[in-house]
Ligand binder design. Structure first.
Ligand SMILES: [Fe+2]
Length: 314
């Protein structure tokens, strides 16, 4: 059995993040839901640098001056979906302080070398460790508040690079989006892989092969479903690109946002260092995406984006 404390100590932060530009909400009194996103941490037994980055990011998260409701992820929490990697993540997250909720999201690296039943068992154990008593029994679930819905998606079978969404997951997503529409609130839909031909795919996946680097064969079906609604955000990771011109993309009425990697070097961008993520703030009339460099404890204002909400305009 892996010695988690040893892995944790071996991955001590190289430098501590400065504390002069801490995480603060733009308007804490009016914020309906705040969510901190990390993505593609790829925690590993063999690369202690990833643990170092995450431990520094956790210190920056702990230094937040306003309470943030949720800490969640764009998938690829681990490199191989191993128990030791999940246990190390739980250990690191203890340093991040108290969040209302910490919600795991799986990516292809978390599932690709396991029997699916073992993947779901491990996911339940991880959810339970972070949210005692919470065992969704599948990789998708919802966190629903009066002001917004956070809809976590995930594969329903073992896949190597893509995702497979069951009929049950599609009808669950449709019912949750119907409900958000009826309540006139936005939905943050989170899944590891982007839609096909978005965020400069397939080239952002270092290949000209159509469809590569995306959610896969069900991409068009998912895009069509999301396009039936307004004020929907499809938030993904997977590409390991820093903040750049392809971070945000409008796909019909759907606002697509691709998160950079928090654990690894990001490719092909001015913002290539690891430790990147986002703070998302939902208000009655707008949603803010605020890129953050957790390693250096600062917001990257150049890539902030404000989306006015359509439902609030009427
Ligand atoms: Fe990844």
């Amino acid at each position: 059995m892996a010695d988690i404390e040893k892995l944790y100590r071996r991955g001590a932060p190289k430098t501590l993040p400065p504390t002069d530009d801490p995480i603060r909400l733009t308007d804490p009194g009016a914020c309906l839901l705040s969510v901190l996103f990390w993505s593609d941490m790829h925690l590993s037994d063999t690369f202690p640098d990833r643990c170092s980055v995450l431990r520094a990011a956790a210190l920056d998260a702990k230094n937040a001056k306003d309470p943030v409701d949720v800490l969640t992820f764009g998938g690829d929490l681990t490199d191989f979906g191993k128990k030791s990697e999940r246990d190390l993540l739980v250990r690191i997250l203890k340093d991040a302080g108290t969040y209302g909720h910490i919600f795991p999201v799986y990516g292809n690296h978390d599932i690709r070398f396991r029997r699916f039943s073992a993947t779901v068992r491990g996911f339940d154990d991880l959810c339970d460790a972070l949210e005692p008593g919470f065992r969704p029994g599948k990789l998708w679930y919802a966190h629903e508040t009066a002001g917004a819905k956070l809809l976590i998606m995930g594969s329903d079978r073992t896949k190597f690079e893509e995702s497979f969404m069951s009929e049950e997951q599609f009808s669950w997503l449709r019912s949750r989006l119907d409900d958000a529409r009826d309540k006139r609130i936005p939905a943050l839909v989170v899944q590891h892989q982007p839609l096909q031909s978005t965020h400069n795919l397939p080239y952002a996946w270092d290949t000209p092969v159509p469809g590569a680097g995306s959610v896969g064969q069900q991409s068009e079906r998912l895009r069509t479903l999301l396009a039936r609604y307004r004020d929907v955000f499809y938030i993904t990771g997977h590409l390991h690109r820093g903040f750049n011109i392809n971070t945000y993309e409008e796909v019909g009425p759907t606002h697509c946002v691709c998160l950079p990697s928090t654990g690894l070097i990001n490719k092909d961008s001015v913002y290539s260092e690891p430790g990147l993520g986002m703070l998302v703030e939902v208000y009655r009339d707008r949603v803010l995406f605020r890129p953050r460099d957790f390693l250096h404890g600062r917001f990257v204002q150049e890539y902030e984006k404000i989306y006015p909400l359509e439902a609030a305009k009427e």
